[in-house]
Write a protein that binds this ligand. Structure first.
Ligand code: AMP
Length: 190
């Protein structure tokens, strides 16, 4: 069983790459952003709560996010492994994930970051916002807030995983296929 964390700033291509990697390695893809958006669309209580944070470009509180993620893992008990996309995003989430997996005699195999320059990513997100319908993709101020959240709360996770010898990074600029190949090379060598 392999459990991979896909890292990267908003717009780095995590979701796009996850679509390919989940097929290639037979993994269950869990995107916390997608799960939140599904709940928002269906107007669940979780969705209503999450929307107040997401629309501003803020992170949803840890307690809510961790509980949701754990319940999604539990729904996929026969999975051959997970591809975590957009989770963990804080140290508290990373600790909770390690403990949760340990309770199932599992662990994170590796984390792979898709690296790209902020200015390229901001332009990509504004472009995506024209068609995605996502409020958080349409306003440069909200986008910049998402990067600030990333730099303050998510970037420290790189050291967390480096200290566990589980951190890898690939260049996130290139064609979709080129980037899938770079990611596959890392995963094949685990
Ligand atoms: P994403 O689709 O991964 O860009 O996530 C969209 C938004 O959902 C983020 O800007 C956060 O508001 C929220 N979100 C997604 N994953 C998390 C997480 N692990 N922790 C807190 N908030 C999250």
């Amino acid at each position: 069983m392999i459990n991979i964390v896909l890292f990267g700033k908003p717009g780095a291509g995590k979701g796009t790459q996850a679509e390919f990697l989940k097929e290639k390695y037979n993994l269950t893809h869990l995107s916390t952003g997608d799960i939140f958006r599904f709940n928002i669309k269906n107007e669940t209580e979780l969705g209503k709560l999450a929307k107040t944070f997401i629309d501003k470009g803020d992170l949803v509180p840890d307690e809510v996010t961790i509980k949701m993620l754990e319940s999604e893992v539990d729904k996929n008990q026969h999975s051959k492994g997970f591809l975590f996309d957009g989770f963990p995003r804080t140290l508290a989430q990373a600790n909770a994930l390690d403990e949760f997996l340990l309770s199932k005699k599992q662990s994170i195999t590796a984390t792979v970051a898709l690296e790209a320059n902020d200015e390229i990513l901001v332009q990509r997100l504004l472009e995506r916002g024209k068609t995605s319908g996502r409020i958080d993709d349409q306003d440069e101020e909200k986008i910049r807030n998402r990067y600030q959240e990333y730099n303050e709360k998510t970037a420290p996770l790189m050291n967390y995983y480096k200290n566990q010898d589980k951190f890898h990074a690939v260049n996130g600029i290139g064609t979709i296929q080129e980037i899938t190949e770079r990611l596959s090379k890392v995963i094949d060598n685990l």
